[in-house]
Design a protein around this ligand. Structure first.
Ligand SMILES: *Cc1c(COP(=O)(O)O)cnc(C)c1O
Length: 333
Protein backbone atom coordinates (compact mmCIF):
# COMPACT_ATOMS: atom_id res chain seq x y z
CA UNK A 1 0.00 0.00 0.00
CA UNK A 2 1.36 3.41 -0.95
CA UNK A 3 1.91 5.79 1.92
CA UNK A 4 0.72 9.39 1.51
CA UNK A 5 3.73 11.69 1.61
CA UNK A 6 3.09 15.24 2.84
CA UNK A 7 4.86 18.07 1.02
CA UNK A 8 5.72 21.69 1.70
CA UNK A 9 2.28 22.86 0.52
CA UNK A 10 0.78 20.87 3.39
CA UNK A 11 3.05 22.73 5.82
CA UNK A 12 1.94 26.05 4.33
CA UNK A 13 -1.72 25.03 4.64
CA UNK A 14 -1.11 23.92 8.25
CA UNK A 15 0.42 27.33 9.00
CA UNK A 16 -2.83 28.97 7.83
CA UNK A 17 -4.98 26.59 9.86
CA UNK A 18 -3.10 27.06 13.12
CA UNK A 19 -2.60 30.79 12.72
CA UNK A 20 -4.28 32.60 15.60
CA UNK A 21 -4.56 29.37 17.61
CA UNK A 22 -0.92 28.33 18.05
CA UNK A 23 1.59 30.86 19.37
CA UNK A 24 4.23 32.16 17.02
CA UNK A 25 6.88 31.36 19.63
CA UNK A 26 9.85 33.65 20.23
CA UNK A 27 13.34 33.03 18.87
CA UNK A 28 15.81 33.85 21.64
CA UNK A 29 19.55 34.44 21.48
CA UNK A 30 22.22 34.36 24.17
CA UNK A 31 25.47 36.30 24.03
CA UNK A 32 26.95 33.87 26.57
CA UNK A 33 26.15 30.92 24.33
CA UNK A 34 27.46 32.67 21.23
CA UNK A 35 30.75 33.45 22.95
CA UNK A 36 31.11 30.02 24.46
CA UNK A 37 30.53 28.16 21.21
CA UNK A 38 31.94 30.67 18.74
CA UNK A 39 28.75 30.59 16.70
CA UNK A 40 25.52 32.51 16.27
CA UNK A 41 22.78 30.50 17.96
CA UNK A 42 19.01 30.90 17.54
CA UNK A 43 16.72 29.12 19.98
CA UNK A 44 13.15 28.51 18.75
CA UNK A 45 11.26 28.33 22.03
CA UNK A 46 8.45 25.80 21.74
CA UNK A 47 8.61 25.44 25.51
CA UNK A 48 6.44 28.58 25.34
CA UNK A 49 3.97 27.00 22.90
CA UNK A 50 0.38 26.40 23.99
CA UNK A 51 0.22 23.08 25.81
CA UNK A 52 3.93 23.50 26.50
CA UNK A 53 5.26 21.80 23.37
CA UNK A 54 5.35 21.95 19.56
CA UNK A 55 2.93 19.01 19.53
CA UNK A 56 0.11 21.53 19.77
CA UNK A 57 0.82 22.44 16.14
CA UNK A 58 0.36 18.95 14.69
CA UNK A 59 -2.57 18.21 16.99
CA UNK A 60 -4.43 21.38 16.06
CA UNK A 61 -3.75 20.92 12.35
CA UNK A 62 -4.83 17.27 12.29
CA UNK A 63 -8.12 18.10 14.03
CA UNK A 64 -8.75 21.15 11.82
CA UNK A 65 -8.20 18.99 8.72
CA UNK A 66 -11.04 16.59 9.61
CA UNK A 67 -14.40 16.74 7.84
CA UNK A 68 -17.26 18.38 9.78
CA UNK A 69 -18.82 14.93 10.27
CA UNK A 70 -15.61 13.48 11.71
CA UNK A 71 -15.21 16.46 14.03
CA UNK A 72 -18.76 15.91 15.24
CA UNK A 73 -17.92 12.31 16.17
CA UNK A 74 -14.68 13.20 17.97
CA UNK A 75 -11.05 12.11 18.10
CA UNK A 76 -9.05 9.54 20.04
CA UNK A 77 -5.35 9.58 20.93
CA UNK A 78 -2.98 7.53 23.05
CA UNK A 79 -0.01 8.93 24.91
CA UNK A 80 0.88 9.75 28.48
CA UNK A 81 2.80 12.84 27.44
CA UNK A 82 2.68 16.01 25.40
CA UNK A 83 0.68 14.63 22.49
CA UNK A 84 -2.28 13.65 24.69
CA UNK A 85 -2.26 16.98 26.44
CA UNK A 86 -2.08 18.90 23.17
CA UNK A 87 -4.82 16.81 21.51
CA UNK A 88 -7.10 17.46 24.49
CA UNK A 89 -6.36 21.19 24.39
CA UNK A 90 -6.58 21.60 20.60
CA UNK A 91 -9.84 19.62 20.57
CA UNK A 92 -11.43 21.82 23.20
CA UNK A 93 -10.47 24.95 21.29
CA UNK A 94 -12.22 23.54 18.21
CA UNK A 95 -15.29 22.23 20.03
CA UNK A 96 -14.34 18.60 19.37
CA UNK A 97 -14.57 15.78 21.93
CA UNK A 98 -11.27 14.02 22.63
CA UNK A 99 -10.82 10.62 24.24
CA UNK A 100 -7.31 9.99 25.53
CA UNK A 101 -6.10 6.47 26.29
CA UNK A 102 -3.71 6.61 29.25
CA UNK A 103 -2.04 3.96 31.41
CA UNK A 104 -3.86 3.64 34.74
CA UNK A 105 -0.56 4.21 36.53
CA UNK A 106 0.17 7.45 34.64
CA UNK A 107 1.36 10.31 36.90
CA UNK A 108 -1.61 12.00 38.58
CA UNK A 109 -0.43 15.40 37.34
CA UNK A 110 -0.53 14.24 33.72
CA UNK A 111 -4.02 12.77 34.11
CA UNK A 112 -5.20 15.97 35.78
CA UNK A 113 -3.63 18.15 33.08
CA UNK A 114 -5.31 16.14 30.32
CA UNK A 115 -8.69 16.41 32.10
CA UNK A 116 -8.17 20.12 32.73
CA UNK A 117 -7.71 20.58 29.01
CA UNK A 118 -11.09 18.91 28.51
CA UNK A 119 -9.97 15.42 27.52
CA UNK A 120 -12.00 12.30 28.41
CA UNK A 121 -9.49 9.90 29.90
CA UNK A 122 -9.87 6.17 29.34
CA UNK A 123 -7.46 3.97 31.26
CA UNK A 124 -5.69 0.81 30.20
CA UNK A 125 -3.29 -1.63 31.82
CA UNK A 126 0.04 -1.14 30.12
CA UNK A 127 1.34 -4.51 31.26
CA UNK A 128 -1.60 -6.44 29.86
CA UNK A 129 -3.17 -4.36 27.11
CA UNK A 130 -2.08 -2.71 23.87
CA UNK A 131 -3.07 0.95 23.73
CA UNK A 132 -2.97 1.13 19.94
CA UNK A 133 -5.39 -1.76 19.74
CA UNK A 134 -7.73 -0.08 22.26
CA UNK A 135 -7.57 3.19 20.34
CA UNK A 136 -8.25 1.46 17.02
CA UNK A 137 -11.14 -0.43 18.61
CA UNK A 138 -12.72 2.80 19.87
CA UNK A 139 -12.15 4.44 16.51
CA UNK A 140 -14.04 1.65 14.75
CA UNK A 141 -16.85 1.26 17.31
CA UNK A 142 -17.56 4.96 17.89
CA UNK A 143 -16.43 6.39 14.58
CA UNK A 144 -13.69 8.42 16.25
CA UNK A 145 -10.71 9.69 14.27
CA UNK A 146 -7.45 8.28 15.61
CA UNK A 147 -4.67 10.87 15.69
CA UNK A 148 -1.29 9.24 16.30
CA UNK A 149 1.58 11.22 17.85
CA UNK A 150 3.84 11.35 14.77
CA UNK A 151 2.99 8.86 12.05
CA UNK A 152 0.39 10.94 10.20
CA UNK A 153 0.66 13.40 7.25
CA UNK A 154 -1.34 16.20 8.94
CA UNK A 155 0.67 15.84 12.15
CA UNK A 156 3.95 16.04 10.21
CA UNK A 157 2.72 19.08 8.25
CA UNK A 158 1.67 20.83 11.46
CA UNK A 159 5.03 20.21 13.14
CA UNK A 160 6.76 21.66 10.06
CA UNK A 161 5.31 25.10 10.80
CA UNK A 162 7.81 25.54 13.63
CA UNK A 163 10.92 25.42 11.39
CA UNK A 164 9.02 27.51 8.82
CA UNK A 165 8.55 30.30 11.37
CA UNK A 166 12.18 30.08 12.50
CA UNK A 167 13.53 30.42 8.96
CA UNK A 168 11.15 33.26 8.15
CA UNK A 169 12.30 35.08 11.26
CA UNK A 170 16.08 34.65 11.20
CA UNK A 171 16.78 34.28 7.50
CA UNK A 172 19.91 32.37 6.55
CA UNK A 173 20.94 29.43 8.74
CA UNK A 174 23.79 26.96 8.21
CA UNK A 175 22.66 24.20 10.55
CA UNK A 176 19.37 23.29 12.25
CA UNK A 177 19.23 20.84 15.19
CA UNK A 178 15.91 19.05 15.71
CA UNK A 179 14.90 16.68 18.56
CA UNK A 180 13.93 13.26 17.22
CA UNK A 181 11.48 10.74 18.65
CA UNK A 182 9.13 9.18 16.10
CA UNK A 183 10.06 11.79 13.52
CA UNK A 184 7.06 14.14 13.28
CA UNK A 185 9.05 17.25 14.12
CA UNK A 186 12.07 16.23 12.05
CA UNK A 187 10.11 15.22 8.94
CA UNK A 188 8.04 18.42 9.09
CA UNK A 189 11.14 20.56 9.59
CA UNK A 190 12.79 18.91 6.57
CA UNK A 191 9.81 19.75 4.37
CA UNK A 192 10.00 23.40 5.45
CA UNK A 193 13.76 23.61 5.00
CA UNK A 194 13.73 21.91 1.62
CA UNK A 195 11.47 24.62 0.23
CA UNK A 196 12.54 27.70 2.19
CA UNK A 197 16.25 27.25 2.88
CA UNK A 198 17.68 24.40 0.84
CA UNK A 199 21.28 24.88 1.99
CA UNK A 200 20.57 24.39 5.69
CA UNK A 201 22.04 21.16 7.06
CA UNK A 202 19.39 19.52 9.25
CA UNK A 203 20.56 17.26 12.07
CA UNK A 204 18.18 15.01 14.02
CA UNK A 205 19.10 14.34 17.65
CA UNK A 206 18.06 11.29 19.68
CA UNK A 207 18.79 10.05 23.20
CA UNK A 208 21.80 7.72 23.21
CA UNK A 209 19.76 4.89 24.71
CA UNK A 210 17.22 5.01 21.87
CA UNK A 211 19.25 5.42 18.69
CA UNK A 212 16.81 3.62 16.40
CA UNK A 213 16.71 6.64 14.08
CA UNK A 214 20.45 6.62 13.53
CA UNK A 215 20.38 2.87 12.97
CA UNK A 216 17.50 3.25 10.52
CA UNK A 217 19.32 5.93 8.55
CA UNK A 218 22.43 3.72 8.25
CA UNK A 219 20.46 0.66 7.23
CA UNK A 220 18.08 2.42 4.89
CA UNK A 221 15.05 0.86 6.57
CA UNK A 222 13.07 1.35 9.80
CA UNK A 223 14.86 -0.40 12.67
CA UNK A 224 12.84 -1.45 15.74
CA UNK A 225 14.47 -1.43 19.18
CA UNK A 226 13.36 -2.43 22.70
CA UNK A 227 11.73 0.38 24.74
CA UNK A 228 14.70 2.61 25.68
CA UNK A 229 15.33 4.21 29.09
CA UNK A 230 16.22 7.89 29.03
CA UNK A 231 15.39 11.09 30.85
CA UNK A 232 14.15 12.31 27.43
CA UNK A 233 10.68 10.82 27.92
CA UNK A 234 9.24 12.49 24.80
CA UNK A 235 11.66 10.67 22.53
CA UNK A 236 11.75 7.12 23.86
CA UNK A 237 9.99 5.53 20.92
CA UNK A 238 10.90 2.11 19.56
CA UNK A 239 10.84 3.03 15.87
CA UNK A 240 10.32 5.87 13.39
CA UNK A 241 6.97 6.29 11.67
CA UNK A 242 6.20 4.87 8.23
CA UNK A 243 5.21 8.34 6.94
CA UNK A 244 8.23 9.95 8.59
CA UNK A 245 11.12 7.72 7.60
CA UNK A 246 11.07 8.23 3.80
CA UNK A 247 11.24 12.02 4.26
CA UNK A 248 14.01 11.73 6.85
CA UNK A 249 15.98 9.26 4.75
CA UNK A 250 15.87 11.52 1.68
CA UNK A 251 16.50 14.90 3.29
CA UNK A 252 18.27 14.70 6.65
CA UNK A 253 21.99 15.49 6.81
CA UNK A 254 22.79 13.39 9.87
CA UNK A 255 21.32 11.84 13.03
CA UNK A 256 23.41 12.08 16.20
CA UNK A 257 22.85 10.99 19.81
CA UNK A 258 23.34 12.66 23.20
CA UNK A 259 23.60 11.24 26.72
CA UNK A 260 21.26 11.99 29.62
CA UNK A 261 24.13 13.81 31.35
CA UNK A 262 24.47 16.12 28.34
CA UNK A 263 20.71 16.79 28.43
CA UNK A 264 20.92 17.72 32.11
CA UNK A 265 23.81 20.05 31.39
CA UNK A 266 21.76 21.81 28.71
CA UNK A 267 18.76 22.09 31.09
CA UNK A 268 21.04 23.75 33.62
CA UNK A 269 22.34 26.15 30.99
CA UNK A 270 18.82 27.26 30.01
CA UNK A 271 17.74 27.63 33.64
CA UNK A 272 20.82 29.47 34.78
CA UNK A 273 21.67 31.62 31.78
CA UNK A 274 18.39 32.13 29.95
CA UNK A 275 15.99 31.82 32.90
CA UNK A 276 13.78 29.22 31.33
CA UNK A 277 12.57 25.71 31.88
CA UNK A 278 13.16 23.33 28.98
CA UNK A 279 12.19 19.69 29.46
CA UNK A 280 14.87 17.01 28.94
CA UNK A 281 13.55 16.01 25.50
CA UNK A 282 13.41 19.67 24.51
CA UNK A 283 17.17 19.90 25.12
CA UNK A 284 18.16 17.21 22.59
CA UNK A 285 19.07 19.60 19.76
CA UNK A 286 20.86 22.07 22.00
CA UNK A 287 22.84 19.33 23.74
CA UNK A 288 24.13 18.11 20.37
CA UNK A 289 25.18 21.63 19.38
CA UNK A 290 26.78 22.38 22.75
CA UNK A 291 28.81 19.18 22.70
CA UNK A 292 30.19 19.56 19.19
CA UNK A 293 28.46 16.49 17.77
CA UNK A 294 28.15 18.36 14.50
CA UNK A 295 30.47 21.29 13.65
CA UNK A 296 28.99 24.72 14.39
CA UNK A 297 32.00 27.07 14.83
CA UNK A 298 31.51 30.31 12.93
CA UNK A 299 28.06 29.25 11.73
CA UNK A 300 24.49 30.47 12.08
CA UNK A 301 22.82 27.70 14.02
CA UNK A 302 19.14 27.13 14.72
CA UNK A 303 17.78 24.74 17.28
CA UNK A 304 14.27 23.83 18.29
CA UNK A 305 13.69 23.74 22.05
CA UNK A 306 10.73 21.43 21.58
CA UNK A 307 8.97 21.58 24.95
CA UNK A 308 8.92 22.71 28.56
CA UNK A 309 6.70 20.18 30.31
CA UNK A 310 8.67 18.72 33.17
CA UNK A 311 7.55 17.93 36.66
CA UNK A 312 9.00 20.61 38.94
CA UNK A 313 10.28 18.00 41.39
CA UNK A 314 12.14 16.23 38.57
CA UNK A 315 13.44 19.53 37.23
CA UNK A 316 14.81 20.72 40.56
CA UNK A 317 16.36 17.33 41.30
CA UNK A 318 18.23 17.08 38.02
CA UNK A 319 19.43 20.67 37.90
CA UNK A 320 20.54 20.68 41.54
CA UNK A 321 21.88 17.20 42.10
CA UNK A 322 23.69 16.32 38.93
CA UNK A 323 26.17 19.15 38.74
CA UNK A 324 28.28 18.74 35.60
CA UNK A 325 31.74 17.32 36.30
CA UNK A 326 33.34 20.33 34.62
CA UNK A 327 32.37 22.58 37.54
CA UNK A 328 32.80 20.04 40.36
CA UNK A 329 36.37 21.23 40.98
CA UNK A 330 35.43 24.90 41.04
CA UNK A 331 35.52 25.09 44.82
CA UNK A 332 36.74 23.12 47.77
CA UNK A 333 39.74 20.84 48.43
C1 LIG B 1 7.20 14.33 21.09
C2 LIG B 1 8.33 15.19 21.43
C3 LIG B 1 9.54 15.13 20.71
C4 LIG B 1 9.77 14.16 19.58
O1 LIG B 1 8.95 14.45 18.49
P1 LIG B 1 8.66 13.41 17.33
O2 LIG B 1 7.75 14.10 16.40
O3 LIG B 1 8.06 12.19 17.95
O4 LIG B 1 9.98 13.07 16.73
C5 LIG B 1 10.54 16.02 21.05
N1 LIG B 1 10.39 16.90 22.07
C6 LIG B 1 9.25 16.97 22.78
C7 LIG B 1 9.16 17.98 23.88
C8 LIG B 1 8.18 16.13 22.49
O5 LIG B 1 7.05 16.20 23.21
Amino acid sequence: MAIARPAYDDVARAAERISGAAHRTPVLTSRTANERFGAELFFKCENFQRGGAFKFRGAYNAIAALSPEARQRGVVAYSSGNHAQCIAYASRLQGVTATIIMPKDAPATKIAATRDYGGRVQFYDRYAEDREEIARGLATEQGLSLIPPYDHPDVIAGQGTCAKELIEEVGRLDVLFVPLGGGGLLAGSLLAVQRLARDVKVVGVEPEAGDDGRQSLRRGEIVHIAPPKSIADGAIVTHLGAHNFPIIKDLVDDIVVVSDAQLVEAMRFFAERMKMIVEPTGCLGAAAAFNGLYPIAGKRVGMILSGGNVDLAVFSRVVMEQAPTSSSNAKGA
